[in-house]
Design a protein around this ligand. Structure first.
Ligand code: HEM
Length: 137
């Protein structure tokens, strides 16, 4: 029992977005579903250099977890994200951008998040996808 002089545990803790959406299992579902879309996509699939999409799935999941306040495993493994630079070898045009967001949208829809959290996640992905475009047309 806390008593009048003790602030109930948890009251002052600022919950991260990562925690609010359900932590790693949520990001695992999101990115798994996204790559199911990528695997079937005629524009995106040929862009991925590796035969196995598993490692790319791990990188994207770890990046998103870190971005939203989760563990910093992405940077421990990969260093500073520098995402625009890392996408420079790939032709990210409007069609690739649209396809990427299409599969993300489908993946987000299946998470069943609270509308406010869902909107935050989606708005970020829309903004980030636009910033990754590096080829006109
Ligand atoms: C706009 C369309 C996009 C396309 C076509 C695209 C495509 C790709 C491709 C082909 C790779 C290489 C696969 C790999 O080896 O990991 C990659 C890596 C990656 N992408 Fe994207 N991407 C897009 C947008 C984004 C966005 C919006 C984000 C973040 C919100 C993102 C995050 C990443 C990350 C974290 C990696 C791995 C970087 C690394 O550590 O090497 N991508 N992307």
């Amino acid at each position: 029992m806390g008593g009048v002089n003790e602030i109930p545990q948890g009251t002052l803790e600022q919950q991260t977005f990562f925690e609010a959406v359900g932590g790693e299992p949520t990001f695992r579902r999101l990115v798994r579903r996204f790559y199911e879309g990528v695997a079937e996509d005629p524009i995106l699939r040929p862009m991925y250099p590796e035969e196995d999409l598993g490692p790319a799935e791990d990188r994207l999941r770890l990046f998103l977890m870190q971005y939203w306040g989760g563990p910093r495993t992405y940077s421990e493994n990969r260093g500073h994200p520098r995402l625009r630079m890392r996408h420079a070898p790939f032709r990210v045009d409007q069609a690739a951008h649209d396809a990427w967001l299409l599969h993300m949208r489908a993946a987000i829809d299946e998470l069943g998040l609270e509308p406010d959290l869902e909107r935050q996640l989606w708005d970020y992905l829309v903004y980030a996808a636009a910033s990754m475009v590096n080829t006109a047309g």
